[in-house]
Write a protein that binds this ligand. Structure first.
Ligand code: URA
Length: 499
């Protein structure tokens, strides 16, 4: 197979990639035949570009075999994806554009390895934007001789983003700091604002000398706003050595502030004992909160659980007792995804401990499957219910709740890397595979998503609550048998990964 080498600048520019991708798609050139490279990147530096593949010219000389336009769903995802600094982003974007042609719902399949990777990369970009908005520090430039009093004040900042996010984040700064002139310099380019025009340049910058004489004042301010009762040393350790904090000199005070935190908390507690605010007021206040910024990508299940427990991404957190996180071995080969915690799970804080969980437990036993080897979780982490007198009646989560919780499910899958994912019921099916699959078509069947070592086997089964609702009788019994038969596939799932 002829290979074509396509070379792009190391930037987030979408158009050049789109032009090349369109040319290749129109000529039906498969992803394996393309070698996407970055100008000045490693392979380019070693001079391999012209040696081992034909170039864009040879590709465009091929006959056009079809007219292709990128789907709207791709246009929504790929420009964001290309902001990432991973050199593999161009190839990944092309693979997605190529595969979407045969599967219009591909972007909704979160278990697909390409989609999962793309979503994580997009989230990392957003996280980078969030960090830049939070940790960037402007320093005022001194007024030059001859400049009048009426001049606008000028500020300069240095930041080291991990990804190509400048064009994404620039409007945030221009809306926030409209009444001053400023420039943000970074190794990936710069942004300039003069009150009228916002200019982004891809030219890399050098770190400037920045000293506005306010360093000491900042230290004092920082130390006095440091809340000793909310010290998150784990999160701090994660941030501190990185690029984000190293440009904030006051962070060198942290060790000393953390060391004194316990004593300060004790003093505060002695001085400020106050009754807790009324429960309903607290709920109302929580409902008013703006949506949380995107959480960090968790490093392990423990971190993830801590993040899920503070999630306020949808209103369900207001009425539920607590978020219910997944449970099971971190290296489980099989993950079982239910709908949402029920009444008892909500109170206990553990999945599948109520009546549906009991049915599942018994059916697993009958199928000869060890429950302890499974990772059990839900598509939605908070209980949705309506009150009937004092009883909490289960309500199905809607698409918005599923979407708000999907990042948690994606992270669970990314951390556990199960080889088989079993969905119980329609909500789990939708959360994992998007709205394109109907439960009635796939119930009891299994299929593979992804390829090679990223291949994941999927199995769709009924939800145990549905079996409970069938009550007793011949139909209920035969559906229950069908469920147990479906679960025997977990027992028989081969040990060899990828099979
Ligand atoms: N139903 C679910 O889908 N999950 C639970 O955890 C309990 C009941």
């Amino acid at each position: 197979m002829t290979r074509y080498v396509l070379t792009l600048e190391d930037s987030a520019a979408f158009e050049p990639w789109r032009e090349m991708a369109r040319a290749a798609l129109q000529r039906a050139v498969p992803p394996e035949a393309l070698d996407w490279r970055i100008r000045g990147g490693e392979t380019d530096l070693f001079g391999q570009i012209t040696d081992d593949g034909a170039g864009l010219e040879a590709l465009t000389a091929l006959p056009v075999v079809k007219t292709v336009t990128l789907r709207a769903s791709c246009i929504a995802l790929l420009p964001d994806l290309l902001c990432h600094s991973d050199p593999g982003r161009f190839a990944l974007a092309y693979r997605i554009a190529w595969r979407v042609q045969g599967n219009p719902h591909l972007l909704e399949v979160v278990t697909d390895a390409d989609i999962a990777r793309a979503r994580i990369m997009v989230r990392q970009n957003r996280e980078d934007c969030h960090k830049m908005a939070s940790f960037l520090r402007f320093r005022e430039e001194p007024v030059q001789q001859g400049e009048g009093q009426g001049e606008r004040r000028r500020f300069l900042a240095w930041f080291e983003p991990q990804h190509h996010i400048l064009e994404r984040i620039a409007p945030f700064f221009s809306k926030r700091f409209t009444d001053m002139d400023w420039m943000i310099l970074t190794p990936r380019g710069s942004i300039r604002w003069d009150g009228k025009e916002l200019v982004c340049s891809p030219e890399p910058c050098e770190q400037p000398e920045l000293d506005d004489g306010f360093g000491e004042l900042w230290d004092t301010y920082y130390a006095s706003t440091f809340n000793p009762a909310r010290v998150r040393t784990k999160a701090m350790r994660r941030e501190m050595p990185g690029r984000y904090w190293k440009n904030l000199p006051e962070t060198r005070l942290i060790p000393q502030l953390v060391a004194g935190a316990e004593a300060r908390v004790r003093t505060m507690a002695e001085q400020e004992l106050q009754p807790a605010p009324a429960f309903h007021e607290r709920l109302r206040a929580r409902e008013q909160l703006p949506a949380e910024p995107m959480p960090d990508v968790a490093e392990n299940l423990e971190d993830l659980a801590a993040q899920v427990r503070t999630c306020t991404a949808c209103p369900l957190h207001c009425s539920a007792t607590q978020a219910v996180v997944g449970e099971g071995p971190a290296d489980a080969r099989i993950m079982v995804v239910g709908e949402q915690p029920g009444d008892q799970e909500d109170l206990a804080g553990r999945p599948f401990v109520g009546p549906a969980g009991q049915l599942l437990h018994e059916a697993l036993g009958e199928a000869g499957v060890d429950r302890g080897a499974l990772y059990l979780t839900n598509a939605v982490k908070h209980f949705r219910f309506r009150l009937q007198g004092r009883r909490r009646i289960h309500q199905n989560p809607d698409a918005g709740h599923v979407a708000a919780c999907r990042p948690w499910l994606e992270q669970e899958i990314a951390l556990i890397r199960p080889k088989l994912i079993v969905s119980l019921g329609a909500t789990a099916l939708r959360a994992l595979d998007g709205p394109g699959m109907a439960m009635s078509d796939v119930r009891g069947t299994s299929w593979t998503v992804g390829r090679g070592e990223n291949a994941v086997r999927r199995l769709a089964l009924a939800h145990p609550s549905w079996l409970l609702r069938l009550g007793e009788g011949a139909q209920a019994e035969s559906e229950r048998q069908r469920f147990v038969e479906g679960l025997t596939r977990l027992r028989d799932f081969p040990d060899q990964s990828g099979s």
